[in-house]
Design a protein around this ligand. Sequence first.
Ligand SMILES: [Fe+2]
Ligand SMILES: [Fe+2]
Length: 468
Amino acid sequence: MYDGHGLCLHVARHIARVSRCERLDCSSINSVAPCDVRPAKHSRQRYSGNPRTIKKSDRPVLKKVAVNQLTVGMFVHGFDEGWLKHPFWRNRFLIKEQSRLRELQESGLQHCWIDVSKGRDVPEEKPQGPAAAGLANLKRPPEPKREPVSLSDELERAAQLRARSAEAMRRMFTEVRLGNAIEPGECVSLVDDVVESINRHPDALLSLARLKTADEYTYLHSVAVCALMVTLGRQLGLDAAQCREAGMAGMLHDLGKAAMPQEVLNKPGKLTPAEFEIIKQHPLRGYEMLLAGADVSEGTRDVCRHHHERMDGTGYPDGLAGEQISLLARMGAVCDVYDAVTSDRPYKAGWDPAQALSQMATWKGHFDPVVFQSFVKSLGIYPTGSLVRMRSGRLAVVLDQNPSALTKPRVKLFFSTKAGLPMKPQVLDLAAPNVVDQIEARESPDNWQFTYLTELWGGDAALRQARG
Ligand SMILES: [Fe+2]
Ligand SMILES: [Fe+2]
């Protein structure tokens, strides 16, 4: 069975279990048609680097090995831990690159299963003694230095980056409307800054970028999709250069909207079929602009053209299906829709982040299930800013994620449903020992009249962004 699909169903079931929300109005992202899932056909490559270790039988030949015995070329067959406890989006995969090997070695896992019929075996004679330990250490490149910061500290920096990026996109859109050539140079340094912010604290910029004022929507949407693409790329195991390319693609994916009539683009309501036909031209227009002169990668152009394609072939402009759609474009499709549905628009309030994930999980045929599953893992099942109900009956907002336990973020308790009264806000790390309270379900903010949720999770920095 296709592993990723099975895992995705696991995620969908989990999310559906905590979802209380009705079928939605999808007008803001221009129709979502329920249909059968057609997961991408993922080819199973066989390792050919060491023919001595390949067995001709299709039956797996499994060995349990210590994670520090793994090398490039080995085929991982599974983990003892459930997928929620390890950071990989598949249980079975060939270790093709050092970066993937490093992820395994730094994952905190102790053992895993390898299939030596599909990849390299462990050496029969292992070097012994202190010299071997030294060699093992040499194989690991030095960890990039990261400066751990608190959410509140990074929110302040992320607010400045968000403002700078939006301003840069505003200038770029203006230049395009004036008929001038695109200069993506400034975007390169902005994408680097986005990557650094996400490295310091992934929840800060992602959460702030979700808050948009009406007149900034198009520009901030570009910044948000950039940040989401970088985060998703990291989750999928892309290397640093690929993550930067994904970020650049997110930043420029809607450039073609600069060529759309302003009255249609900014219409405060649902588009007519004729208006929608006009807007559907923006991927192709953006692609042509980037092709005409901008110094950007083929992957960036591809996302610009294909971020509205769907796995079942019902998207536009080219009606591509399954693996005809590049990985970057499949990532773009997920990030684009998530940001669109979680953003407030003049005619529709944005969905709560957890509500958005639960709804997107039900849209069969729209997204690559493996990419979507990784997206959920990258944000958490309850992303920052989600309103949740605890088993104790208290309500809380999610502050930030615990990477090793998707269902146990750090939350801020603020309301007692039993008493029907606000309570003194209290931060609770659900992954900490001795904490017995747990999230029971996400709670729809529509059921309450809270006006201070943004302030609760993001403090002054978030409040300023929300007010514009
Ligand atoms: Fe678009
Ligand atoms: Fe978009």
